[in-house]
Design a protein around this ligand. Structure first.
Ligand SMILES: [Fe+2]
Length: 557
């Protein structure tokens, strides 16, 4: 294919990704973890952390490295990630600016937007006169965007200690690092912050005062959050957990407390920009994946302001943002990027490649004696009946998602009408912690009957809503212990097959909601290829698998 090809690379020390832009059309993007099959795309010292995702994109687009005219990324891309494209001109942009562009690209170019970027830590900021081993890092950035301009209004920075040559390992004033720190103290992997968010629903925020001894929420852009992780906070919180014998409840209360501090801080961030002239509030950076805080923020926005959050808010999204910045710099005009000709406002959540029939058939053939094929079951009506009979369905449907949420591309779907389904999915199928909630997907037109407020409607499952009494009665399997639900709204434009399935399920049961959780085994990334899907389906013990038009049942030993 003629034209100009640009490769966008995402990631910092984790969440690597690749994306290919052809002129103004994004052709494909994927996270490294989906291809490397290692969560968060982490890489050993001898590995190139983006090679697998770059190869995936090149293969999907049918081009070679020689066709790429430029590589773009954030300035946190490690040197060893640049080997996959050695010799190709490279442009690196500030990390938080990439996050900002990665969400602004989802709205029309004439939109006036305020953008808040919050993550663990971003680019190193030059500070005249600073002496090693300290270095400043981006932690909060505030922008106003219109057409081709994304202007920095102000920023809070943290101070990091340089542990080795240039590596700052941790920094102050970071909301993301506070949440990671508590996540680690609770006994989870430091990047498994979603577990802390789920646990918070079971607790009371009775340790907020303890956390406030170490944190302060400020009134200005340059000091919105003050937190020194090296001041003994870990020892104080550990002893607090020890006093509670590290029981489930004391851990849940600590999770609820850090969630409260997190939410309060995000709301203060909005306060700082709220009086400015804009129509859309954009969020990006890893902290924008905190759906509880996002739900609280959505409730604060006046009716004439819309909240837009990037599904690729983690560092996996900075390569997409860098593609927007590069396009902007080429012409100085507002870039009008698309994903295979479709609006980025919704399509960007599903940028993976589509697999052809040969790949599907090869995956089936590889496991054939253990699979039974039943093509009569592949219609939305038959799938709805299958689920309504209480069976759990692996659902592999077209292009894969970017970001941590399964949105109907690589999902496990089940009947939400009984809370017992949560036990089965969590304990038996996904082998995960029973306290974690499972999310609903709902037909767009039925959202307000089952969830509130309307401001919490989100296509990407990025905003927590409250379940109405009707929802608690009709779909208890997708209501968290605190009455909340992380809802994905679906319509015919975003996914006609999922919308048809929801409609059939509604007509059969009276409930326009399905339980939707990510299609992955414990400790593994979400499945990507048909081969991954068949393998996980058989190993997990799911009842059926929809595989791009095929329907499979487990068979025999
Ligand atoms: Fe980041």
């Amino acid at each position: 294919m003629a034209g100009d090809w640009v490769l966008g690379l995402g990631g910092s020390s984790h969440d690597f990704s690749a994306a290919l832009l052809h002129d103004t059309d994004i052709k494909v993007a994927v996270e490294q973890e989906r291809v490397s099959r290692r969560k968060h795309g982490t890489a050993e010292w001898f590995e190139d952390p983006v090679r697998a995702s770059v190869d995936y994109c090149l293969d999907a687009a049918g081009i070679t490295r020689g066709d790429i005219s430029r590589v773009v990324s954030s300035d946190l891309l490690p040197h060893r990630a640049r080997r996959a494209c050695a010799g190709i001109p490279t442009t690196l942009y500030p990390h938080h600016l990439c996050h900002a562009a990665s969400v602004y690209m989802m709205v029309p170019p004439d939109t006036r937007a305020a953008i808040i970027v919050v993550d663990g830590m971003g680019s190193v900021i030059e500070r005249p006169g600073a002496e090693a081993p300290a270095v400043d890092r981006e932690t909060f950035s505030f922008y106003l965007a219109h057409e081709s301009r994304i202007e920095l209004l102000g920023a809070t920075r943290g101070e990091g200690l340089i542990e080795h040559v240039h590596l700052a390992n941790g920094c102050t004033n970071s909301l993301g690092l506070l949440y990671e720190l508590v996540t680690s103290l609770l006994g989870f992997h430091v990047l498994d912050v979603g577990k802390t968010m789920g646990l918070a629903g079971w607790g009371r925020p009775r340790f907020v005062e303890e956390l406030r001894r170490f944190t302060r929420i400020g009134q200005e852009f340059d000091c919105v959050f003050d937190f020194d992780p090296f001041s003994g906070v870990d020892r104080a919180l550990s002893s607090l957990l020890d006093r509670g014998r590290r029981s489930f409840q004391v851990r849940a209360d600590l999770a609820a407390s850090v969630q409260q501090v997190f939410t309060d801080t995000l709301l203060r961030c909005y306060d700082l920009v709220s009086r400015l002239d804009f129509d859309v509030l954009c969020l990006a950076g890893g902290c924008a994946l905190n759906t509880v805080a996002n739900g609280a923020l959505a409730c604060q926005l006046p009716g004439d302001r819309r909240l837009v959050i990037a599904p690729h808010s983690s560092d996996a999204g900075v390569g997409l943002g860098a593609l927007w910045l590069h396009s902007r710099d080429l012409t100085s005009a507002p870039p009008r990027l698309a994903l295979n000709g479709r609006s980025l406002s919704w399509s960007i959540a599903r940028p993976g490649r589509c697999y052809d029939a040969a790949a599907v058939q090869a995956a089936i053939a590889a496991h054939y004696p253990r699979l039974a094929r039943d093509s009569s079951m592949a219609s939305p009506a038959a799938l709805a009946r299958f689920i309504a009979d209480g069976r759990v369905l692996g659902f592999f449907n077209g292009a894969s998602e970017i970001g941590p949420r399964a949105l109907g591309g690589r999902s496990i779907l089940a009947d939400p009408r009984s809370s017992a389904i949560r036990e089965r999915v969590n304990r038996q199928l996904k082998l995960r912690e029973p306290f974690r909630p499972l999310a609903p997907m709902v037909l767009d037109e039925h959202f307000e009957e089952y969830f509130t407020p309307a401001a919490a409607m989100n296509q990407f499952m990025l905003t927590v809503a409250q379940a109405t009494e009707r929802c608690r009665q009709a779909a208890p399997g997708v209501v968290h212990v605190d009455g909340s639900a992380r809802v994905q709204v679906v319509d015919d434009e975003t996914d006609p097959l999922v919308a048809a399935l929801l409609r059939e399920f509604r007509d059969l049961t009276g409930v326009p909601i399905l339980l939707n959780t990510s299609f992955n085994r414990r400790g593994e990334p979400i499945v990507e290829s048909p081969a991954d899907a068949v393998d996980a389906f058989l190993d997990m013990g799911l009842d059926g698998l929809y595989l791009d038009g095929e329907f499979l049942l487990p068979a025999g030993p």
